[in-house]
Write a protein that binds this ligand. Structure first.
Ligand code: ADP
Length: 328
């Protein structure tokens, strides 16, 4: 139960997506900032500034891009950094945009370099230069674009080159959700699914959702399955039983979270250990550890980041079940 989405869950996620800023749970500051940006643009009859959404997976970046389009009553074109391998891929997308359209680029930090440069000009002046021909005979043809709003998403704003980051009028940093917010997410989803779940069950799910709405919704789905199959009510007890079946621990840590924490404690004596060494030891990309796993471990108080590397806290040691050294 990681924060990544499988294709079979897309329909389920779609059904639970809030459709307006008011329905969007939590992130109060981001919602206020976004409301102002959209309202100001509406008054001035122009496209809103480009928006960068930064934060770990499953916190609502795609949902917010859909909300921006819905609030502006404009179509949304969705693509992603990995799908833009050449400047030509981006040129094709940009030249097909209709006036005021919202362009969502997920994982924008993974876009090809050549496309990035094209995007600078497009964001600033709604123009691009298309290269025609090769070598000495190559010429560039300027092309006017329809005004559009770019909504970029990235797991960490720091992964973007400065010139790109600077061209966004507004950067929203999405934070992990508090437990009461996750309870609202679960309550809302249960209502939409017409699943009768007790308050204690909702709390239990919220406490194990890793601060992430996507995970909260997914756990709810597993609990609903469990309750259906075993013909039991959605109470605290069945939530615990269902989640134990899926290996979700009481902090909501997933497999990779636990592996990383275990590696710090077991293989590196609790740290400090450098990011790249840690990544190699669990067989993951450093970027994933840094922008997906680490933020939650730090926020849960299980690990800290120091200038010399990552260090497991006392709570982190306790979580692995390995005896805590006296020095801690
Ligand atoms: P991201 O793009 O950041 O990975 P998504 O926007 O795809 O995350 O959100 C994942 C799921 O979590 C969606 O199904 C959405 O319904 C739910 N979700 C995310 N944020 C919220 C929120 N603030 N309120 C209610 N549901 C949310």
């Amino acid at each position: 139960l990681s924060a990544q989405v499988s294709p079979s869950e897309l329909g389920y996620e779609g059904a639970l997506r809030p459709g307006s800023l008011e329905e969007f749970v939590g992130q109060a500051k981001v919602r206020r900032q976004m409301r102002l940006l959209l309202d100001a643009a509406q008054i001035q009859q122009r496209t809103p500034d480009h928006i960068l959404l930064a934060g770990p997976p499953g916190l609502g970046k795609t949902t917010l891009s859909m909300i921006v389009a819905a609030e502006l009553d404009k179509p949304l074109h969705q693509t992603s950094g990995p799908a833009i391998q050449h400047a030509g891929d981006l040129a094709a997308v940009l030249s097909a945009l209709t006036p005021g359209e919202v362009l969502f680029i997920d994982e924008i930090h993974r876009m090809a370099r050549s496309a990035e440069e094209m995007l600078y000009l497009a964001m600033e002046d709604f123009k691009i230069d298309i290269m025609v021909g090769k070598g000495a005979g190559a010429t560039s043809i300027p092309l006017e674009l329809s005004p559009f709003t770019l909504v970029g998403a990235t797991t960490r704003a720091g992964l973007l080159p400065n010139p790109l980051r600077d061209r966004f009028g507004f950067t929203a940093h999405l934070e992990f959700y508090a437990e009461d917010e996750l309870e609202s997410v679960v309550r809302r989803a249960a209502r939409l699914l017409r699943f009768d779940i007790a308050a204690g069950g909702i709390e239990e799910i919220a406490g194990r959702s890793r601060g992430t709405p996507r995970i909260a919704n997914r756990l709810l789905r597993r609990v609903r399955d469990y309750s259906l199959v075993h013909e039991v009510p959605g109470d605290t007890e069945s939530v615990r039983a269902a989640l134990a079946l899926y290996d979700v621990d009481e902090h909501g840590l997933d497999r990779l979270d636990r592996e990383v924490l275990r590696a710090v404690v077991e293989r590196f004596g609790g740290g400090p250990v450098g990011l790249s060494t840690l990544a190699v030891s669990v067989g993951e990309e450093a970027e994933t550890i840094e922008s997906v796993v680490e933020p939650f471990l730090v926020r849960a108080g299980l690990m800290t980041r120091t200038p010399r590397g990552r260090v497991a806290t006392r709570l982190g040691w306790e979580h692995t079940g390995i005896p805590v050294p006296d020095a801690l």
